[in-house]
Design a protein around this ligand. Structure first.
Ligand SMILES: Nc1ncnc2c1ncn2[C@@H]1O[C@H](COP(=O)(O)OP(=O)(O)OP(=O)(O)O)[C@@H](O)[C@H]1O
Ligand SMILES: Cc1cn([C@H]2C[C@H](O)[C@@H](COP(=O)(O)O)O2)c(=O)[nH]c1=O
Length: 210
């Protein structure tokens, strides 16, 4: 059984991470008897939220891929030190909407920087602190993008507008990560009714809680 103090949710655009995380917060608090902190990347601390704004701003020319990866690693460092570690030390469960796997999938895969190099870059930021358990919400990228473009027009950001091939590469890289680390990363089919997605996530959490 996995220790379950620090959890992350991952997935392509529109997979339902934010919706599912909010739905399972009370369940997780009840299951663990601990306070559950919801947080997100990029963001989750004052400086990291500032970096998020920079990352979401469209520029001409477009931001260099390594600059993007470095800003994400810096925001992750700040998130870890200012928010995640203090919450864990206070005995809370931390539930993060994205963490390092997003950089591996988006920058390593989508941008083509390579997973190994992006992992090495992030090692300075996280010093080995990975989530105890990661839920990966999987779905065809066309469906996730359609959900966003139909329901969240006001919040479409720079990365949402990348080419379909970029998003497909992101998903392929996530699936490689699931194959590589089946103990930590649990795949849930997000292309089904929200109630079923939530129920399957709850089952996984129940199985892993000790
Ligand atoms: N299982 C589902 N079936 C249908 N619609 C869903 C489902 N899950 C979420 N949605 C809807 O899809 C949209 C995107 O969901 P949400 O914002 O939770 O995704 P996300 O993974 O956090 O996206 P992003 O990473 O792009 O921020 C929302 O309008 C949400 O209501
Ligand atoms: C952490 C992280 C995020 N991204 C991308 C993925 C999304 O397009 C945005 C975040 O938006 P969300 O609505 O909050 O999911 O940022 C990335 O490319 N690399 C990362 O490490």
């Amino acid at each position: 059984m996995t220790k379950m103090q620090f959890l992350s949710f991952e997935g392509p655009e529109g997979a339902g991470k934010t919706t599912v995380i909010q739905a399972i917060q009370p369940f997780l608090a009840e299951l663990t008897g601990q306070e559950v902190l919801l947080t997100r990347e990029p963001g989750g601390s004052q400086v990291a939220e500032g970096i998020r704004s920079i990352l979401q701003t469209k520029t001409t020319p477009a931001m260099d891929g390594w600059t993007e990866a470095l800003l994400l690693a810096a925001s992750r460092r700040e998130h870890l030190v200012q928010t995640i570690q203090p919450a864990l030390a206070a005995g809370k469960v931390v539930l993060s909407d994205r963490y390092l796997d997003s950089s591996l999938a988006y920058q390593g895969g989508g941008r083509g920087l390579g997973m190994d190099k992006v992992r090495a870059l992030n090692e300075f930021a996280i010093q080995g602190r990975m989530p105890d358990l990661t839920i990966y919400l999987d779905l065809p990228v066309e469906i996730g993008l359609q959900r966003i473009f139909e329901n969240r027009q006001d919040k479409i950001d720079r990365l949402d507008e990348e080419a379909l091939s970029f998003h497909q590469q992101v998903r392929r890289t996530y699936l490689e990560l699931v194959d590589e680390q089946p103990q930590r990363i649990k795949l849930v089919d997000a292309n089904q009714d929200l109630d079923r997605v939530i129920a399957q996530v709850q089952e996984i959490l129940q199985t892993h809680w000790r």
